[in-house]
Ligand binder design. Structure first.
Ligand code: SF4
Length: 469
């Protein structure tokens, strides 16, 4: 039978395993049983020693590594980490989870990108583990865990999940409700909708129930409660660490995690590799105003009321943020957040918002003097919810709005478009920006080549005239 702690390392059973197994003095000691299990369940990587965790510390790092790679490495193969999804690893994994939580809470703040990476990876591990368990065992396990997590699963109200709903882990629209109660089994569904379904054939009732509820909702609630508890766990460790001294092994694990994440970022981040226009590698760089398209320059110089708000809030905010943080958004078909590239929001505050503020001040009449509430709409378009400034903890509450196409600009903000010859080759201001930057780079390379040739010519002439004299 699969242990509850395989899904919920914070369960009572998980606490017991931790108490029995943890020995902070041997976190980095080679563990033969762990190596044997990892090798046995790792498909095709037995010969590659670097991929097998050899101690609890390495297993903790792998817990983050696999999730990071799944998000960022296009050649990622989940089978390299098969050992994580086999029950044989569960007791080791419980210890690795708790070690990692302590290392992260000690080294980073609880709203940091690393903390988010940890809680998101826990969410994903639960999903993947459940997917690999046979249906009967999976249902039994989910019920047991939910019974431990909730007082009474049979009379669960949406008000029992207010923490999850207010933090947008679960949306009311995900749930099927009747008089405030969440429907979680077919019998409840039949009773609640008796009048509506009384003439339906049996098959249809079951089919509709499974489509609307099934086990999906139980698993969603279970996963999100564990993620919420993991966030709370990080906070409680952080509070405790204010009064107690952390074990040196946890400190070392935190340092190793930082080092490991830096290496993973360098190796797999999509933002530091892959071609721009033409050959050569593309790198995130400071904004280059000389490569901005005419419509963007016009917006920054100042737009008049009429389409002023849309020009700044909808158009400029998305253009500037993507130009600086993810100019390849249309080329890489993958959703990311601002903090995937700007983890501490320094770039957002120091480089992106100042340009938006400049455009707002130049507008006639100035945007924020006239309508200060538009600041909230700008934050919302960056993906940080309806607040007056972007904060890490609010990310994801709204969507990071992608830049409009030229076609839409011409249609809705027609007076901004002053197409030049580069515009003929693109369909979006962001593509203009990348193309123009590449053109400027090539031009500059040509100029410096010319200067070098001229200088070389002069030197040769001087050498010849020196020889003559
Ligand atoms: S064609 Fe596109 S990029 Fe060029 S000015 Fe018009 S809207 Fe801007």
């Amino acid at each position: 039978m699969v242990l509850l702690s395989f899904i919920n390392p914070l369960s009572l059973e998980g606490q017991e395993i931790l108490g029995e197994r943890i020995d902070l003095n041997s976190v980095f000691d080679e563990n033969e049983e762990l190596i044997r299990i990892s090798e046995y369940f790792s498909e095709g990587i037995i010969s590659d020693e670097g991929k097998i965790p050899k101690n609890y510390g390495e297993l903790a790092l792998k817990r983050i590594e696999w999730f990071f790679r799944e998000k960022n490495d296009k050649d990622f193969k989940i089978n390299e980490y098969s050992y994580f999804f086999n029950e044989a690893i569960e007791e080791f994994d419980v210890v690795a989870f708790h070690l990692l939580a302590q290392a992260i809470a000690n080294k980073y703040n609880t709203n940091s990108r690393e903390s988010k990476l940890f809680t998101e990876s826990q969410n994903r591990i639960i999903e993947e583990r459940l997917n690999r368990i046979s249906t009967d065992i999976r249902h039994e396990l989910v019920d047991k865990i939910l019974n431990e997590l909730l007082n009474n699963i049979n009379a669960l109200k949406w008000t029992d999940l207010t923490d999850l709903i207010s933090s947008k882990k679960i949306f009311l629209a995900d749930l099927l409700l009747k008089n405030g109660e969440i429907i979680l089994n077919e019998e409840e569904f039949r009773q609640a909708y008796h009048e509506d379904i009384k003439d339906w054939p049996e098959r249809r009732i079951s089919m509709v129930y499974n489509k609307l509820v099934g086990y999906r909702i139980r698993e969603l609630i279970l996963t999100k409660i564990i993620v919420q508890n993991t966030e709370d766990y990080l906070k409680s460790i952080k509070e405790k660490l204010a009064t107690i001294e952390i074990h040196p092994a946890i400190k070392v694990l935190g340092e190793e995690l930082e080092d490991h994440l830096n290496k993973l970022n360098e190796k797999y981040s999509r933002f530091y590799s892959g071609g721009g226009f033409g050959e050569g590698s593309y790198e995130l760089a400071k904004l280059s105003k000389e490569a901005f398209p005419p419509c963007v320059l016009k917006t920054i110089e100042g737009v008049k009321s009429g389409n002023r708000n849309d020009a700044i809030v909808l158009f400029l905010t998305s253009f500037i943020s993507y130009a600086r943080l993810n100019p390849q958004v249309f080329r890489l078909d993958q959703t990311i957040n601002v903090t995937d590239v700007d983890p501490d929001l320094k770039i957002t505050y120091n480089e992106i918002l100042p340009i938006i503020n400049e455009a707002a001040a130049n507008a006639v009449p100035p945007l924020f003097e006239d309508q200060p509430q538009e600041k909230i709409n700008i934050v919302s378009k960056l993906g940080f919810g309806m607040y007056s400034e972007p904060k890490l903890e609010n990310e994801g509450e709204t969507k990071w709005y992608t830049p409009m196409s030229c076609e839409k600009i011409k249609l809705h903000l027609g007076n901004l478009c002053r197409a030049d010859k580069t515009c003929k080759k693109i369909g979006n201001p962001l593509s203009y920006y990348s193309l123009k930057k590449w053109q400027i780079k090539k031009e500059n390379e040509g100029k410096s080549k010319q200067i070098k040739n001229n200088t070389k010519g002069k030197v040769n002439k001087n050498e010849i005239s020196n020889e003559k004299t």
